[in-house]
Design a protein around this ligand. Sequence first.
Ligand SMILES: Cc1ncc(COP(=O)(O)O)c(C=O)c1O
Length: 266
Amino acid sequence: MSEELACLDGSTAPAAETTIPVTDEGFLRGDGAFEVIRVYDGQPFALDEHFERMERSAANLRLPAPFPRKSYEREIPALLEARGGAGFDGCLRLVFTREGRRLAITEQAKLMEERVRLGFVTFAPTRVLDGVKSLSYAANMLCSRLARERGFDEALLVTPHGRVLEGPTSSLFWVDGSGTLCTPPLEDHILASITRAHLLNLVDVTERPVTTEELLGAQEAFMASTVREVQPVAAIEDREFGETGEMTRKVAAAFSAHVDDVLGRR
Ligand SMILES: Cc1ncc(COP(=O)(O)O)c(C=O)c1O
């Protein structure tokens, strides 16, 4: 495996040797913004949309302005080239901290379960962080751990009133009793996921809230994110979904063809 690299304020070095001062409140308080971008054969996917979301996050968090998009745009191609160019299939993590530090880190793509088993975890989104992908992800990470402690692969976040929201790092889609593909609305205070937005453009999807009870009666379900792409759900709590359904397979194929189209790979 080639070494992961980090570009901190324009200087590139092995990621494991790159350090930021302990006084940076991005570290001390999770006060900063981040993005994870999928890189296919050296090409970042949906980079502009990730910059736009990160710029919104930075503005909403009142991070130092202006957001350094131009510096990132200058540095990222060189970083990806140094990491292996077309030979690099993985992720790019961008971090912008309270102190104005600008980081870009290459990461190996995580190995995801082919089909995910989900357990409900009660969660109340922090309203003031609507529209912000902040570094404060401890609650999301804890939800994953709580679900794993109960024997599941991942958490499915549910409000105290029983509305199902999303995964800690992914969006939820399900096929309802009438065969309609659905996903929760952004008004439910979920992240404006970039994969979700692409899927809404690619296939017919109805945005509507869902209760735990209705979801357990769904025909199919899948999770979607930059890292997971379209990941079939095998089970939610003790509801087994059986073989991956036709809609999930169709959407997974459409998304992967779309990535190839956008990146000019076919
Ligand atoms: C809470 C949450 N929902 C959904 C997603 C999926 O977003 P995207 O498709 O932009 O990766 C993420 C990604 O990290 C997330 O953290």
